[in-house]
Design a protein around this ligand. Structure first.
Ligand SMILES: NC(=O)c1ccc[n+]([C@@H]2O[C@H](COP(=O)([O-])OP(=O)(O)OC[C@H]3O[C@@H](n4cnc5c(N)ncnc54)[C@H](OP(=O)(O)O)[C@@H]3O)[C@@H](O)[C@H]2O)c1
Length: 318
């Protein structure tokens, strides 16, 4: 089968299309999926980068040379204990071990990590969801978001942010989205009640207090956001940058409400998202679509940090 693999390491890693054997041995709870679409997340290239910077090429060499966590496709085989999915079912999900290896025509994935694809979504739209939308759902939940909560979403226009705004609104929260000026109307269109253009000045001192500050850029810490949090606000980060990775746990040790969301894929959460999709409250936003052979360009686009929604890899044209 056709699959993307990596050559080189750190930020010099390059993605190339190769031929390799399709997965053969299925675990009892695994299904084999004919992948119709996959999507791109910063985690893939950051994992290589952090391993290269923090450790040695040896550690990078231990990472499987396959990228891609999210997938949407059709079940073509299943393990002996798979009872909830039939061959021919359209499914979507992700399974990090540490990578699903979904930039390939076929991928193996546990039945616990997938759900039936919402009928109203294309495979490309469904593939954009598992990692980013579950990060948004699990982050809002971890931060205690509930109906009526005043939530500030920093990074509202990106992969995680576009889902976070819509999911928070679906859960009846009051949402303020932080984005650059070019994305203000776009974030309003996602349902945000208010927006802040971060390019106009340091809003962190003047924007008031929130019940939950959900920083999906990973640039902030509870300390940089202390005026936004007041005495009782909850800070949640996606933790993808060193400063938030180390700053947030330290703040928690001081007894403050702060945490980092580390996404996992669960069928129950995907089904919660399915219900939001089917009721018209949630719609994936696709920044751009690339064929499998252009995966390197897709990752370069993601690394630009300027994506509006998600970058998708299309393997089947449907
Ligand atoms: N811990 C986990 O489980 C987990 C899961 C998912 C993601 N993450 C991490 O979360 C981060 C975001 O992921 P993502 O997929 O959403 O990334 P992304 O799609 O690449 O984010 C791009 C967006 O960020 C916005 N942005 C850039 N600088 C900003 C700033 N200073 N303030 C507000 N918005 C800004 C950009 O808008 P403009 O162009 O308008 O600036 C763009 O729309 C990454 O670090 C990723 O590694 C962690």
């Amino acid at each position: 089968m056709k699959a993307v693999t990596t050559t080189g390491w750190g930020l010099k890693a390059r993605l190339t299309l190769t031929d390799r054997q399709a997965p053969t041995r299925l675990g009892a709870e695994d299904v084999l999926v004919q992948v119709h679409a996959a999507s791109v997340n910063p985690k893939d290239w950051k994992l290589n980068y952090h391993a290269a910077v923090l450790a040695t090429p040896l550690m990078v060499n231990r990472l499987p040379p396959f990228f891609g966590d999210d997938l949407a496709g059709v079940v073509i085989d299943r393990g002996s204990k798979v009872t909830d999915f039939e061959i021919g079912d359209a499914v979507y999900g992700m399974d990090m071990r540490p990578r699903t290896a979904s930039l390939a025509e076929q991928a193996r994935i546990s039945q616990k990590r997938i759900a039936k694809k919402p009928q109203s979504l294309t495979f490309a739209e469904a593939a954009s969801m598992p990692l980013a939308a579950q990060t948004a759902l699990q982050g809002l939940r971890k931060g205690g978001g509930r109906p009526g909560s005043r939530v500030l979403i920093i990074g509202a226009s990106g992969g995680v942010g576009t889902f976070a705004v819509q999911i928070a609104k679906a859960l009846d929260m009051h949402v303020t989205g932080v984005c650059s000026g070019r994305n203000i109307d776009f974030v309003r269109g996602l349902g945000a009640d208010a927006t802040i253009d971060y390019t106009l000045g340091d809003y962190r001192q003047s924007a008031g207090e929130f019940d939950l500050v959900f920083d999906v850029t990973s640039y902030e810490t509870p300390l940089t956001c202390s005026a936004l949090l007041g005495k009782h606000g909850h800070f949640i980060s996606t933790g993808g940058q060193g400063v938030s990775m180390f700053g947030t746990p330290v703040y928690r040790l001081l007894g403050k409400k702060a945490g980092t969301v580390v996404v996992e894929s669960w069928r129950e959460d995907l089904e919660t998202l399915n219900a939001m999709v089917e009721s018209g409250q949630l719609k994936p936003i696709i920044d751009s679509v690339y064929p499998l052979a252009d995966s390197e360009a897709a990752y370069q686009r993601n690394r630009s940090g300027r994506c509006r929604g998600k970058v998708v890899i299309d393997l089947a044209g449907d």
